[in-house]
Design a binder for this molecule. Structure first.
Ligand code: ZN
Length: 191
C-alpha cells in the first residue's frame, strides 16, 4: 500500500522519534508499505516520521536506478545496501567532511549541498530485532545520515549554508501550504 508522504511543515517531522518493540502493531506490513512508497517516489531512503509515525525506523536502498547507471559515476566505496534500521543509535561519525547535493521526499523540488563526515558508525536492530553494529561510508553513509537526521527531527534544509537557506525560504513556505506539484501522494499541513 502506498502511504502519503508528510510534507515539510508537518510537526511529526520535527519530533525526536522513539524506540519500538517487536510487538509494534503491523510492523511487517508497515515496513513493506514503506519500501513500496519509497520506490514509487524514487527515493533512496524513507524514515517513519515521513509517513507520520514518530518512531525510530527507516529504510535505505542505495542501489542505482536505471537512469543513474547511464551516467558515469565514481565507484562507491561500499557496495549498495538495501536495509531496514530499527532503533538506530549513532556511535560516531568520522572521516573527512564531503559535500553532496541532497534532496528529500518530504521537501519536493528543493535540492542543496550538505557537508557531512565520510563515515557513520551505527548500532541498530535489523528486521528480526537482532542487534547489529556497522560502519557505513560513501553514499551508504550519506543516505543513512540523512535518514538518521529524520528520526532525530532534523531536516537537511537546516544543514544548508546560510545563503542557500535564505534562497529556499519562500519555496519552503509554499511546500508548507501545499503549493507545490508532486507526482506522488503527499500530506500537507494545510490543504
Ligand atoms: Zn528526507
Amino acid at each position: 500500500m502506498i502511504l502519503p508522504i508528510y510534507a515539510f511543515g508537518q510537526p511529526v517531522l520535527k519530533k525526536v522519534a522513539e524506540d519500538i518493540t517487536p510487538d509494534y502493531p503491523g510492523l511487517q506490513e508497515l515496513i513493506e508499505n514503506m519500501w513500496e512508497t519509497m520506490h514509487l517516489a524514487e527515493g533512496v531512503g524513507l524514515a517513519a516520521p515521513q509517513i507520520g509515525l514518530p518512531i525510530r525506523l527507516f529504510v535505505v536502498d542505495t542501489h542505482p536506478k536505471e537512469d543513474d547507471k547511464k551516467e558515469k559515476k565514481e565507484e562507491p566505496k561500499q557496495p549498495p545496501i538495501r536495509k531496514i534500521f530499527i532503533n538506530a543509535r549513532k556511535i560516531e561519525e568520522n572521516g573527512k567532511e564531503w559535500t553532496f547535493e541532497e534532496g528529500c521526499l518530504s521537501i519536493p523540488d528543493i535540492r542543496g549541498d550538505v557537508d557531512r563526515p565520510e563515515r557513520i558508525h551505527l548500532r541498530y536492530l535489523d528486521e528480526n530485532f537482532q542487534q547489529q553494529e556497522e560502519v557505513f561510508d560513501g553514499l551508504n553513509a550519506r543516505v543513512i545520515q540523512h535518514e538518521y537526521d529524520h528520526i532525530e527531527g532534523i531536516l537537511f534544509t537546516e544543514r544548508l549554508k546560510p545563503i542557500k537557506k535564505q534562497l529556499v525560504k519562500r519555496k519552503l513556505d509554499k511546500i508548507r501550504k501545499g503549493e507545490v506539484k508532486v507526482d506522488y501522494k503527499m500530506k500537507f499541513l494545510r490543504k
